[in-house]
Design a protein around this ligand. Sequence first.
Ligand code: SER
Length: 314
Amino acid sequence: MTEKILVTGPFGQIGSELVPELQKRYGKENVVALGHRHIPENFQGVLEKGDVRNKEEMEGVIKKHEITQVYHLASLLSAVGEKKPHLAWDVNVNGLKTFLDLGVEHDLKMFWASSIAVFGPTSPLENTPQHTILEPVTIYGVTKVTGELMCQYYHKKYGLDVRSLRYPGLISYKEEPGGGTTDYAVEIFYKAIEEGEYTCFVKADTKLPMMFMEDAIRGTLMVMDAPEEDITVWTSYNHTALSFTVEELEEEIKKHIPDFKVGYEPDERQETADSWPDSIDDSKAREDWGWDHRYDLKKMTEVMLENLRKKLSE
Ligand code: SER
């Protein structure tokens, strides 16, 4: 049977790189991008528009395209969530609920994006285990813990095959993130090239788990490809590649741009960053479905700078 894939949040940070990969795999005509407000002019593929909270509308899209799999990525991120907590709950939780119900009713295989934001100040800070205290202090984290428990519940209660990853901060030269706490780890590269200086909104010693986007996309497809019996975590898998402080990233960039200057002016996002782990333990993902990252800080920095230079000079 030909898979027919629906991607929500297709033009966000993850979606804009996942959609082309899915198109390569399944054929352009078999991947439906569910846009909401911002649709890139140059998008090539099957497009639908709608609101993930509207079950009727979403059901219409699923029926029209005979969808078999959904990658549900549409979500407000942590920083924007703190500015709009009610909307964050509505989109992140009720949007997911729409798809969990449709997943059961239409026998869909699903992927849903969770985050390191599920952890909070009472979670162990270093090498945070898969199963641990989850007491997040951001609305974003609250919606992600709720979502994880809902996914696990729908799996247990209805047998829904819904898989998930707790993404760390994701770094890419293709699409910029929108409204997250880890955005500095992308912004810094743009500013290094364009202006030679950057004012960072978190302190120099802020350390968070991170991953290069190519690894994140590969991991996403790996967990979806794994035989169902190999999946032992039905909330969401810890998923990481590397951890670094902003200062370490600054030093790595300076190896390529020696005059680069970074200033530090922490804002309200510092509190969120401080509530998240320095590093997380993703050995479950490595054991269950063979997760193995390819990009370390050195390689990621090289690839980011090389590709951003090309992109920004076009
Ligand atoms: N990158 C996300 C954020 O900062 C974490 O999931 O909100």
